[in-house]
Design a protein around this ligand. Structure first.
Ligand SMILES: NC(=O)c1ccc[n+]([C@@H]2O[C@H](COP(=O)([O-])OP(=O)(O)OC[C@H]3O[C@@H](n4cnc5c(N)ncnc54)[C@H](OP(=O)(O)O)[C@@H]3O)[C@@H](O)[C@H]2O)c1
Length: 219
């Protein structure tokens, strides 16, 4: 499987990258981001690109892939709806539309979050925006598209969040998160489980397009 990975420098993306590099069924990984991952691996190639609303300049390098794991995303905390929609919906759809055109056999996996609002009408701004993003992705002509909706994600193997306050919470709550991960799989998963589940779903498919935390842990 040839994988293209967006957001490989983030907490979720670092976990997905680690699992892809470890999995013998993943032949190669192309990481596309605005900053380099800093990792060296024979399976890894990278494109550093700064305008994710327009990927035409790198389009020729985005064809020939079996799966896209889209882990680029931001927290909505302190952000206007317009800015959050731009960074969440518009950037994701710009990349996904190009990838669907260039890779008709591609499986696209998107990381959203627990509570995403598929009606696009609810009170929570982030949930509406993620809901519209999911809905629009599911309309694209991919071989299949899967929406991963984790709740909490415990970073393992030294992985860190790019968002300072998120990282602080994870460090402070680390023992509790380990306990929750064992006892409450519907509310907690790990970067390792997310990465492994993405690879499995891309390879073998899944009966439903939306996977909640418990589904991710059970895949
Ligand atoms: N962390 C959690 O517990 C959790 C739980 C549920 C869902 N999620 C979802 O998972 C996704 C990823 O979260 P995360 O925790 O991995 O976030 P993170 O650690 O803050 O990483 C964000 C990633 O997105 C990239 N990025 C952010 N803004 C960008 C922009 N304007 N242009 C290009 N790249 C940009 C970052 O690149 P740089 O390295 O260049 O900044 C980084 O690779 C988000 O959609 C989040 O809602 C996370």
């Amino acid at each position: 499987m040839k994988v293209i990975l967006f957001g490989a420098t983030g907490m979720v993306g670092q976990g997905v990258l680690r699992e892809c590099l470890l999995d013998p069924g993943v032949e190669s990984v192309l990481a596309v981001g605005r900053s380099p991952t800093g990792r060296q691996d024979g399976k890894l190639r990278e494109i550093v690109h700064d305008n994710f609303l327009d990927v035409s300049a790198i389009e020729s390098r985005l064809a020939g892939f079996d799966a896209c794991f889209f882990c680029l995303g931001v927290s909505s905390v302190g952000m206007s709806e317009e800015r959050y929609r731009h960074l969440t919906h518009d950037i994701t759809l710009a990349a996904a539309q190009t990838l669907a055109r260039l890779n008709p056999g591609m499986v696209f996996v998107y990381v959203t979050g627990r509570g995403t609002d598929a009606t696009e009408q609810g009170r929570l701004m982030w949930a509406r925006v993620k809901g519209k993003t999911e809905n629009d992705l599911l309309k694209l002509p991919f071989k299949a598209a899967y929406m991963f909706r984790p709740a909490g994600i415990q970073p393992l193997h030294g992985i860190r969040s790019k968002t300072g306050w998120v990282q602080a919470i994870y460090v402070a709550a680390s023992p509790l998160l380990s306990l929750l991960n064992r006892t409450a799989p519907n509310y907690m998963t790990t970067t390792e489980q997310v990465g492994r589940a993405m690879i499995k779903v891309a390879r073998d498919g899944y009966p439903r397009p939306v996977l909640e935390s418990g589904d991710i842990n059970a895949v």
